[in-house]
Design a protein around this ligand. Structure first.
Ligand SMILES: [Zn+2]
Length: 313
């Protein structure tokens, strides 16, 4: 019989966060620790087990009292096999059968998936996508990715990483080299990392900018934009162009008319997203409604989505 209790875990590049959720979906306990970026699959999994056991113990629960544990990571994961092929958060983890390893130590369901899918499911069930039938969640943060909900369920594709829009090619063989070993991915134009790289790269050609190599971050770029800084304006326009084109391509492919945007670049608000919308509209000549929304769930989006993996399974 199902208890309704689940643990969601969000293992990112800086921290690993844990949430225990009750049957009403409320988070009743939370824990976090810094990510050990040198971890191996075994050492990372052992740390998870230790923390899960500590959370269960202080809530007078056993692993068998849970419906399951959902874990999300910025990773390529073979979903059906529960194998982490690689994760950008911990480069030491490669081709690791994490679900089998955890199942041997914890007597409950384990669901492993990537963080964009977790965020998409969280916004669909509990955030800006409530009540919709399909949605595409685009996370524009340090990197760029997406999660796809079709008829109320995550669409994962053949291996598990449907929605890697950040690695779709915008300008093949030209532009910045991406971690995926290609040049010209959307991520190398429309992401926080690309923004900083662009500001630093263009600085030498733009002697009227107030930006410096030390202030090539989102907060300073937005402040410089409000001062009419030409480099800040050009940088924001470039990000908007590629994000708009990326969304347009996804719309053509899937014909899903609800986009929810999350991630650090949403801090730019209308300054960026009015332009993203204008870029999308520039190419879209069929005048049917397409909604752009900003994600509603904050920093716990990964935890909430990871917990929802278990409910969806
Ligand atoms: Zn790439």
């Amino acid at each position: 019989m199902k208890s309704g209790y689940v643990i969601g875990i969000d293992a990112g590049g800086t921290k690993v966060a844990y949430g225990l959720f009750n049957p009403a979906g409320e988070r009743i306990d939370r824990a976090q620790h810094p990510t050990d970026v040198c971890a191996t699959g075994e050492s990372f999994s052992d740390t998870l087990v230790e923390n899960i056991r500590a959370i269960l113990a202080r809530n007078n629960m056993k692993d068998t009292d849970l419906d399951g544990i959902g874990i999300c990571m910025p990773s390529f994961i073979l979903f059906d096999e529960g194998v982490v092929l690689m994760t950008s958060a911990m480069p030491g983890i490669k081709q690791f059968p994490m679900r089998a390893y955890l199942k041997a130590r914890l007597n409950t369901n384990i669901v492993l998936d990537n963080d964009s899918n977790a965020a998409a499911l969280a916004e669909y069930r509990r955030g800006a996508g409530r009540g919709s039938r399909h949605l595409v969640y685009i996370t524009a943060g340090t990197g760029l990715g997406s999660g796809i909900i079709i008829d109320g369920r995550l669409f994962r594709g053949s291996y598990g990483w449907a929605g890697e829009c950040g690695h779709m090619l915008a300008t093949p063989d030209e532009g910045l080299m991406c971690g995926c070993e290609n040049r010209g991915c959307f991520m190398s134009y429309a992401s926080g990392r690309a923004m900083s790289a662009r500001v630093r790269g263009q600085m030498t050609y733009c002697n009227t900018t107030i930006l410096t190599p030390e202030t090539a971050d989102g907060e300073h770029v937005l402040a410089a934009y409000h001062e009419n800084d030409p480099l800040a304006i050009e940088t924001i326009e470039t990000i908007a162009h590629y994000l708009g084109v990326c969304a347009f391509n996804i719309y053509q492919m899937l014909n899903i008319n609800l986009f929810v945007f999350g991630g650090g670049l949403t801090n730019f608000g209308d300054v960026l997203f009015d332009r993203v919308r204008a870029e999308f509209d520039k190419y879209n000549h069929i005048l049917l409604p397409v909604e752009f929304k900003i994600a509603k769930l904050g920093g716990d989006i990964g935890l909430i989505g990871a917990a929802e993996f278990v409910r969806e399974a």
